[in-house]
Design a protein around this ligand. Sequence first.
Ligand SMILES: [Zn+2]
Length: 421
Amino acid sequence: MQVLHVVCLLAALGLSAAILPKSVDYTGYKVVSVLPKSEEGLRTLENFERQGVIKYWIHPAGLNRPASFQISSSNFELVSNVLAEQALSPIVLIDNIQELIEKQNKEILERQLQKANSKAFDFENFHTYTELLAFMQETAANNSLVSYSVIGQSYEGRDIGQVTVRTGSAGVKQIIFLECGIHAREWITESTCIWIFDQLANGYGIDAEITALVDKFDWIIVPTSNPDGYEYSWASDRLWRKNRALTDNALCPGVDLNRNYDANFGGDGSSPLPCSETYHGVSAFSESEAVAIRDSLAANRGFVKAFVSIHSYGGIWMSPYGYIKELPLEYDEMYRVMAIGCEAITATYGTPFEYANEAAILYLTSGTTRDYAYVGGDNIIYAYTIETRGKAYGFVPPPSEILETAIETWNGIKAMAYNVL
Ligand SMILES: [Zn+2]
């Protein structure tokens, strides 16, 4: 990728990466979908990925399950030919990622201009980390149900903000805990969580359903759990996934925070290599961002009824385990509730949603927040990952996708909340 060449050049000149050009340019990069039909086809994809020729957007989950990846236009023909030989005819989903990024930027700006005279927070637009935190703090200052706290700092020293919506004192009611934005480029997860937060904070006493849900549960929400990565995805690389910690390899910063938790840390579906998109870090909880969520869970131990980690994209609701195919002891109950959640999502706008234990439906993952919530001492049975809708735009949806994504996801979470035992 272009940025790597620049970094190499800077390193050769003895200059620091701090003077990198503003944005990684994805001109000509495509997103391509394939349907692996043989083990050999899967191995070919894995080889291309290891060599850095392709980068997955949707990792292959097994035979006959679609995978997608980004690839430069210069590698496209060669890779297409190799894949075609193995009956892996690639279908181009996005012809030019840069065009999609620029379209998104333009639409964000247009909405900002449209709303320039309004002081109200625009839930149908994307917001920077600073704007999200300001909204959380301002809501807490003006709403007696809401408290804002800082549960830790990121590698670069940004606050990790948490909001709690609660009618009484802590330590009385059970809690539903929502964590969003752990992968930097998944912007619509921040948008979804901040929308849900507003529904809870400002719907109490007005909307009967919200009132009942806030009477029944305390709600804890961490809308932006990877602030450095998120800021970097706004300023420099729209498709950045990890945090921004330095690693052993100066050319490859960043740990995948969703591989850094103490839940089969370092196992299948995570990488020991700093340049990998799924680099797990040097040890479990080596990253302050992961420690922040761990400590918040620990501070509420015994009260967290459900923990939901919201990601994009794919239209999937997943339970433990990610790291083995074996089913958890309480899987029937996990399955019952996620089936109800998915039914509520689909009933909203017809968006298809799949659900299962992650190892069966997606691929093996080790060190995730969700599995940690279940196995890391809290034994939260209703520990889930939701991959929101959005196959057409991948990680770069237009602002117009925000509202329906948030509404249907919230309908799924509400259905979950009504049905947990
Ligand atoms: Zn993710």
